[in-house]
Design a protein around this ligand. Structure first.
Ligand SMILES: [Fe+2]
Ligand SMILES: [Fe+2]
Length: 138
């Protein structure tokens, strides 16, 4: 096994809500696992990790959306819209992987699209959402 990490879990920027930090930690672990499996794992491992990552994202995004609704976050439609766009794109990429078994394609998607998106999303929408919700919670 290689020890190539996409991102170290101790380098994840922290937001103002613990449950979101936990979700981001889990997301990074799943991305690292998928990255490693793409390099030296079996196809079945990649299938499982990809399915776990998609499931994780649905729950992760769903928890953020629930908090945005509960606390009246004004930019809810924008943040939710971004989650939906990414989930649809990930579904499409997963289907492509399942039919073509093209590791390079999935690897590039993970490193060149998902990872930069994750970092940018965390630094912008997630950070603002957490700050707003934490303040409302008092
Ligand atoms: Fe998030
Ligand atoms: Fe988010």
């Amino acid at each position: 096994m290689t020890d190539t990490l996409l991102m170290a879990t101790d380098q994840i920027p922290q937001v103002a809500l613990a449950f979101m930090n936990d979700d981001h930690h889990e997301a990074v672990e799943l991305m690292n696992g998928l990255n490693e499996a793409l390099q030296d794992g079996e196809d079945e491992q990649i299938d499982e990790l990809l399915a776990s990552f998609l499931d994780h994202n649905r729950s992760h995004f769903g928890r953020e959306e629930q908090h945005m609704r509960d606390y009246g976050f004004p930019a809810y439609p924008v943040h939710k819209g971004e989650h939906e766009r990414v989930l649809a794109e990930m579904d499409q990429m997963a289907n492509y992987w399942l039919t073509r078994r093209d590791r390079g394609h999935l690897q590039r998607y993970l490193t060149e699209t998902v990872l930069p998106w994750f970092n940018n999303h965390l630094a912008t929408m997630d950070t603002m959402t957490a700050m707003f919700v934490a303040r409302q919670m008092g």
